[in-house]
Design a protein around this ligand. Structure first.
Ligand SMILES: Nc1ncnc2c1ncn2[C@@H]1O[C@H](COP(=O)(O)OP(=O)(O)O)[C@@H](O)[C@H]1O
Ligand SMILES: [Mg+2]
Length: 213
């Protein structure tokens, strides 16, 4: 499946509203870009303004939302991007289906894990407050289910670990898969970073040049 994806990679950040997905995705992307990497963010909230604007928050629509984002992520990964998805993706089955769309070692589930009380206290979009007031019905973690990942590739406890600490953990994880020699190469004339990827485990773990990231 998806053998055309030879250089790209996808990190899917799943977790409750307010867990930190959008914040982490943006910071991770900036750190990668400053190291000359092609990284893009697919934020579910942004995609819901366009490609997914016909979708609501029923279980069926949430699944379709995930399916479409996964397909867009595949396209970018096939073009060599490091794709960072910020999307709740509350159902385990949808997340497993997404994983199946990528080759082994090209897709990683990141559980952005903060206690619901922390998310409620942060409430970056005022969603929990609106739910309490009865203004919105389907808030994940309150009135709609969130199926916690059982075997995530990375867990980031954003209630305990700083933003920089979380992004460091992502970069360290990525360093196990990215060929660091090519990571150090400058971009080519078309803006493509000509990096390659080691097979997982083929040459042992590799560390990114942390100073550059
Ligand atoms: N370690 C951390 N990682 C990410 N966000 C954090 C962290 N610690 C505190 N925050 C804060 O938590 C909030 C998360 O909001 P946001 O990224 O919009 O969440 P989500 O996209 O998951 O709904 C932000 O205000 C962010 O500054
Ligand atoms: Mg968000």
């Amino acid at each position: 499946m998806a053998d055309c994806i030879e250089t790209g990679i996808c990190y899917w950040l799943t977790g409750l509203p307010g867990a930190g997905k959008t914040t982490l995705a943006g910071t991770f992307q900036r750190r990668l870009r400053s190291a000359g990497q092609q990284a893009c963010v697919l934020d579910a909230d942004v995609l819901r303004e366009g490609i997914n604007r016909d979708l609501g928050y029923s279980p069926e629509d949430r699944s379709e939302n995930v399916r479409r984002i996964a397909e867009v992520a595949r396209l970018f990964a096939a073009e060599g991007f490091i794709v960072i998805v910020a999307c709740i993706a509350p159902y385990r089955a949808d997340r497993e289906r997404t994983r199946q769309r990528f080759p082994e070692g090209r897709y990683f589930e990141v559980f952005v894990d903060a206690p619901v009380e922390v998310c409620i206290a942060r409430d970056p979009k005022g969603l929990y407050r609106k739910a309490r007031q009865g203004a919105v019905m389907q808030v994940t973690g309150v009135s709609a289910p969130y199926e916690r990942p059982e075997r995530p590739d990375v867990v980031l406890t954003t209630g305990a670990l700083s933003l920089d600490g979380c992004v460091d953990a992502l970069l360290t994880h990525l360093g196990n898969y990215v060929d660091t020699a090519s990571l150090r190469n400058a971009k080519d004339g078309f803006g493509h970073a000509p990096y390659g990827f080691a097979s997982p485990g083929a040459a042992g773990p590799k560390q990114l040049p942390r100073g550059d990231l």
